[in-house]
Ligand binder design. Structure first.
Ligand code: PLP
Length: 423
């Protein structure tokens, strides 16, 4: 065993020695196509010279200044860039260093918003089953990833969960999208009413579900119905676009395809594209106004928030995405990828579904198509697929089975936006 305590010490990972455009290269020189950008992180692939130059330039100017004393130019410019590209209301950005931290910050910001307005009783957050919002205790508690929660259950704060929106598995026979969305919105409303609306702070959902269920989009109209329920009861809507945001689904923000705007938006992976750990919460004016005109401070500092080099890297990544039209490219390449997956695997006896948006696609695997039967979760198919894909030179992101309480297994594909048609 090495001195590093690896996630899975019994099967330690290969050593990644180098990255080159859309490939990772291990210590023996073997190349792996980065078919999922890690976990939908590496949106520009590896070794992008402009991002590296931006980081070096920033390092030479200023590597670090604590945010309780100073802001920095790249942090200010990155916030301006995110706000300029977002709907008008999302006017403020709070920086963090990981997706989990962004979720924790959003949960706290929601609570503080209510307290500043005199609604001190609002403390509950409602999440969805089969969702993932991170591994820190608050994010884990509100997530619905059974595999990751089980062991730590006694440490988790009280949280509440409603059904996911996953039409393939849970829409009833004969039920329309509209009726299914209405049923789910009613479930949320009943949960809020049962808790007492005056005690509910926020509802959190991934706009497109990533790790747990594999590129699952809501049925049309679902988020509009959810938004109306939240508004009726003064509950904030937090959208977690840590994985699906910033061009991944072929829209800058995934919510722009849903006809709603969140009160709080969590961003991370594609923000820095893996060049640096960085995340953000974007907040509606009303939330920041309530805090600024109330107590005047958001007590949620971390040592490395707004790190100048991380912000410089993310600024370069976001500028390249904008300049080179990569959101559109993600949409177009995503359509090609989806079509190719359907052509190639659509008729396969073990493929139950091919779904996704933009360069965020998933293949669901089934033991049998008729009747639709998942593989036995004890097979731990995800581990097998990961190993076999790596052996064939592909890094992809399988999930499901026993891991998440999801009915079925999937393989998530999230290649870099700079992937080529041939790849
Ligand atoms: N939220 C979503 C939707 C995620 O997919 C993830 C990570 O996979 C997180 C939050 C947590 O992000 P991090 O691993 O950076 O803490």
């Amino acid at each position: 065993m090495t001195h590093i305590f690896h996630r899975s010490p019994l099967t330690p990972p290969k050593l990644a020695a180098r990255g080159q455009s859309n490939y990772l290269i291990d210590a023996s020189g073997r190349r792996y196509y980065d078919g999922s950008g890690g976990a939908a992180v590496s949106c520009l692939g590896h070794g992008h010279p402009e991002v590296i130059d931006a980081m070096i330039e920033q390092l030479r100017k200023l590597e670090y200044a604590h945010t309780s004393f100073f802001s920095s130019e790249p942090a200010e410019r990155l916030a301006d860039t995110l706000v300029r590209q977002s709907p008008a209301g999302l006017g403020h950005v709070y920086f963090l260093s990981s997706g989990s931290e962004a979720v924790e910050a959003a949960l706290k910001m929601a609570r503080q918003y209510h307290v500043e307005r005199g609604e001190r009783t609002r403390r509950h957050t409602i999440g969805r089953l089969q969702s993932y919002h991170g591994n820190t205790l608050g994010a884990l508690a509100i997530g619905g990833h059974q595999g990751r929660r089980a062991l730590y259950q006694p440490l988790l704060v009280e949280s509440h969960h409603v059904s996911p929106c996953f039409a393939r598995h849970y829409r009833l026979a004969g039920e329309t999208d509209d009726a299914y969305g209405t049923r789910l919105a009613q479930e949320l409303e009943q949960t809020i009413l049962a808790l007492g609306p005056e005690t509910v702070s926020a509802f959190i959902a991934e706009t497109v579900v990533g790790a747990t269920a594999g590129a699952v989009c809501a049925v049309p109209g679902y988020f509009e119905k959810i938004r109306r329920v939240c508004d009726r009861h003064g509950v904030l809507l937090i959208l977690d676009e840590v994985m699906c945001g910033l061009g991944r689904t072929g829209a800058y923000h995934a919510f722009q395809r849903e006809g709603v705007e969140p009160d709080l938006l969590c961003l991370a992976k594609g923000l820095g594209g893996g060049y640096q750990p960085i995340a953000a919460v974007m907040a509606q004016e009303k939330i920041v106004d309530a805090i600024v005109s109330g107590s005047g401070a958001f007590q949620h500092g971390h040592t490395y928030i707004g790190h100048p080099v991380a912000c410089a890297a993310a600024l370069a990544v976001q500028n390249i995405i904008e300049r080179d039209g990569l959101v559109r490219r993600s949409a177009q390449l995503g359509e090609t990828l989806h079509r190719l997956l359907r052509d190639r695997f659509g008729g396969h006896p073990h493929v139950g579904d091919i779904r996704g948006r933009g360069l965020f696609q998933a293949i669901e695997l089934v033991a049998r198509r008729e009747p639709d039967t998942p593989f036995d979760p004890d097979l731990r198919l995800h581990a097998l697929i990961k190993r076999e894909a790596l052996a064939r030179g592909l890094a992809c992101y399988p999930g499901g089975g026993t891991m998440d309480g999801v009915r079925g297994d999937h393989v998530l594909l999230a290649p870099p936006f700079l992937a080529t048609q041939a790849e």
